[in-house]
Design a protein around this ligand. Structure first.
Ligand code: CA
Length: 225
């Protein structure tokens, strides 16, 4: 059983690691939000401990993007701030539990154990399918029959969103928001660039699936029949 700790205060992160390891967990630590998100999306963790105030990407954004990416890993948010509005924001964005610092080690361990036992019924399968395509979430690969290609992080995020929203039109704005986040200065043409990368990969796979452009609106998949 493996826990990911995303905490920028190095001493506290070390304390959490020691505490969890003594309780029998395998522990990985990240000190910023971006690497925390990348690791959390790997799908290898049973529980994620997530600080709110983090460099590079705050905990709420990490959580939002983790859920947008289809991960249902139990998340325990940790923060020094105890305001009610933070608690609400945390739960709204898909946190399973919220603990304010300083916390009792026993309470923290009890929370982690309880969350790890939670049935992962909401967890989606490790493979998404559409038409002749399969997206392997653990390996970041897209396959069609015998061919497969590895996707970059953003290509993967985009393909996953398209597959999770089959037959819906995804606007450029929603793709930008879900993939690049609220604080990014990415623009519409970032979306176009990644759509063109994905189209090249679909061509390479000889898939019948196409990414259709709906002018002035967005994108959707076709060829799933
Ligand atoms: Ca912090």
């Amino acid at each position: 059983m493996r826990v990911l700790v995303v905490e920028d205060e190095v001493r506290l992160a070390g304390t959490l690691r020691d505490l969890l390891e003594m309780d029998g967990w395998a522990v990985d630590v990240c000190h910023d939000g971006e690497s925390g998100l990348d690791n959390a999306l790997s799908g290898i963790y049973d529980v994620v401990l997530l600080d709110v105030m983090l460099p590079r990407m705050d905990g709420f954004t990490v959580l939002h993007r983790l859920r947008a990416g289809g991960s249902a890993v139990p998340v325990l948010m940790l923060t020094a701030r105890s305001e009610v509005s933070d608690r609400v924001a945390g739960l709204d964005s898909g946190a399973d539990y919220y603990l304010t610092k300083p916390f009792e080690p026993k309470e923290l361990l009890a929370c982690v154990r309880a969350l790890s036992r939670r049935q992962p019924e909401l967890r989606r399968g490790d493979t998404l399918s559409f038409g002749d395509l399969r997206l392997e979430r653990a390996a970041f690969t897209l396959s069609c029959a015998e061919r497969s290609v590895r996707l970059s992080r953003k290509e993967f995020d985009m393909m996953e969103l398209l597959m999770l929203n089959q037959r819906q039109i995804l606007t450029k704005e929603s793709l930008l928001l879900k993939i690049w986040g609220y604080e990014s200065d990415a623009e519409d043409n970032n979306v176009e660039v990644y759509i063109s990368f994905l189209r090249k990969k679909l061509g390479h796979l000889h898939s019948r699936v196409k990414i259709r452009t709906i002018r002035m609106v967005g994108y959707c998949l076709e060829g799933g029949e």
